[in-house]
Design a protein around this ligand. Structure first.
Ligand code: NAP
Length: 255
């Protein structure tokens, strides 16, 4: 059992896709006491409820990252469950990518649709920022107690200005998603710089192109080819990597 994730880990968007897989991977292979698996609709999260049945360390928490009331309530619920313990890892995983491969997407250069852009920005960057701000005091308490403290953001190579792949695959399809992931990268670098020396380590990662609802079935990788590597890399994160942008293997991705 690995143990470098501390004792308490929180993951957003944990009811399906990569978030659900992270819960299973950590519960199975890491020596943690609790996983706070957050999702919008706990009673409908069938697969997550199944994982919780197998691994009772999983706590299912209601959290819609577009809704400040649920963010506040989630912080209170997590604090209550933690008691005198600390939150060691926050993984900002929840995101949207509407009509990712659709030529007629409302995220095109010619016919951008305001609501479409606003939804992507609200979930993928504003929501992520709100959740990070809300849980940051708990991470800081962990670092003050000399415990592991990690703030992890799920990004994508589609957010890289330098990686040509991004342009080749998605030109004129959904630029909104790419812009929000570039914002996630910038946020990661800024908050990493802000927290430098506090003991909280910040980083963003691309999991690879993975077969999920978002990645679609034509993606390159299975979940098993991505998530175990990603979680291992996160668990091995050192302060030298603070504020950076990495692949699931920990290789630097150019901004
Ligand atoms: N799959 C890929 O190829 C790939 C590649 C690069 C990066 N990523 C990144 O990896 C992360 C996970 O992607 P995925 O493939 O697992 O996506 P996914 O299968 O579409 O799952 C997205 C998750 O985010 C949740 N979510 C969406 N809006 C939310 C909100 N307002 N509040 C709370 N949760 C919300 C969804 O919950 P609901 O079920 O309630 O909608 C779902 O649990 C994302 O950040 C994505 O950008 C994925």
């Amino acid at each position: 059992m690995h143990s470098d994730l501390g004792k308490n880990v929180l993951i957003t968007g944990a009811n399906r896709g990569l978030g659900l897989a992270m819960v299973g991977e950590i519960a199975k292979n890491y020596n943690v006491d609790r996983i706070f698996a957050c999702c919008r609709e706990p009673t409908k999260a069938k697969d997550l409820i199944e994982v919780k049945r197998k691994y009772p360390i999983v706590n299912i928490i209601k959290l819609d990252i577009q809704n400040d009331t649920t963010i506040k309530a989630a912080v209170e619920e997590v604090k209550k469950i933690l008691g005198h313990e600390h939150l060691n890892v926050l993984i900002n995983n929840a995101a949207i990518f509407e009509n990712s491969l659709d030529e007629k997407s409302d995220g095109s250069f010619e016919t951008p649709e305001r609501g479409y852009f606003n939804r992507h920005f609200d979930v993928n960057i504003t929501g992520l920022t709100m959740v990070s701000g809300a849980f940051l005091p708990l991470l800081k308490k962990a670092s003050a107690a000399k415990e592991r403290a990690l703030l992890i953001n799920l990004s994508s190579t589609l957010g890289s200005i330098n990686v040509a792949l991004a342009c080749q695959t998605l030109t004129n399809k959904n630029i909104a998603y790419c812009l929000t992931k570039a914002a996630v990268n910038h946020y990661t670098h800024m908050v990493g710089t802000y927290l430098e020396g506090t003991g909280v380590i910040v980083a963003c990662f691309c999991p690879g192109w993975v077969k999920t609802d978002m990645g679609t079935e034509i993606a390159e990788l299975t979940i098993d080819e991505s998530i175990p590597h990603l979680i291992k890399t996160i668990s091995n994160l050192t302060k030298e990597k603070n504020g950076g942008y990495y692949t699931r293997y920990g290789e630097v991705i150019p901004w």
